[in-house]
Design a protein around this ligand. Structure first.
Ligand SMILES: N[C@@H](CCC(=O)N[C@@H](CS)C(=O)NCC(=O)O)C(=O)O
Length: 217
């Protein structure tokens, strides 16, 4: 199995970690932003990352890739089977992919990606997201996160992966100190970072992000 994309993308991190939790062997290759060649272009018709290949099967979109991986390798279970927990897990996945990502991207894109890629940087949009959208997201997680420290079924699920991934990108910008104002969220993020699946992904990703940030100095 091959995942195409850049490791610093929250959606790419989401599928890398999901695969690691499932103990699926994946190779991560560059894709998107002009990279990945013909296979990437076929797998991801709109050029978005991640894209995915398993033999002659090609597809893109983190949720589609995760659906495939989960069907190929049902255990360990990361998408609960009990109806309400299953629906809540998908709610959190959507919340992560849309609401959290929108807030996180306004910050990470404008503070890190745009200046590196020579794209227009909208710092006012980053500041607005830091002042409004992100606190709303973090207030919600702080309030709803159960004492078990897991979003659904008091155990690690796709919900935790999907919500934490875009927040990790916010953590790469030094403008928001999440743990100071949202301690439960801060502790949950630390526990996620320490899981072997995340730790292995971050070990490769953090030097890449440090290199990117060095270029901004
Ligand atoms: N719904 C997609 C979103 C993927 C996405 O928007 N990825 C961004 C990077 S974080 C991307 O490819 N941006 C480049 C572009 O839109 O051309 C998923 O879950 O994979």
């Amino acid at each position: 199995m091959i995942i195409y994309g850049a490791r610093v993308s929250p959606f790419v991190r989401k599928v890398i970690v999901f695969a690691a939790e499932k103990e699926l062997a994946v190779e991560v290759k560059p894709g998107g932003f002009g990279q990945g060649g013909e296979i990437f272009a076929q797998a991801s018709p709109f050029g978005k990352i991640p894209a995915f290949q398993d033999g002659d099967f090609l597809i893109s979109d983190s949720s589609a890739i995760i659906t495939y991986m989960d069907a190929v390798q049902p255990e360990p279970n990361l998408i609960p089977l009990e109806p309400k927990a299953r629906a809540r897990t998908i709610w959190y996945e959507e919340f992560g992919d849309t609401i959290v990502q929108a807030a996180g991207a306004a910050i990470f894109f404008n503070r890190v990606v745009a200046p590196l890629m020579g794209m227009p940087q909208d710092l006012a949009a980053a500041e607005k997201a830091e002042a409004e959208a992100l606190p709303r997201v973090l207030d919600y997680i702080e309030k709803t996160l159960p004492d078990s420290g897991f979003l659904v079924e008091d155990r690690f699920t796709l919900a935790d992966i999907a919500v934490v991934c875009p927040l990790m990108n916010v953590g790469y910008c030094d403008t928001v100190q999440i743990a100071d104002r949202w301690p439960k969220v801060g502790q949950w993020m630390e526990r996620m970072r320490a899981r072997p699946s995340f730790a292995a992904a971050l070990e490769i990703e953090i030097p890449q992000i440090e290199k990117m940030k060095d270029k901004l100095k």
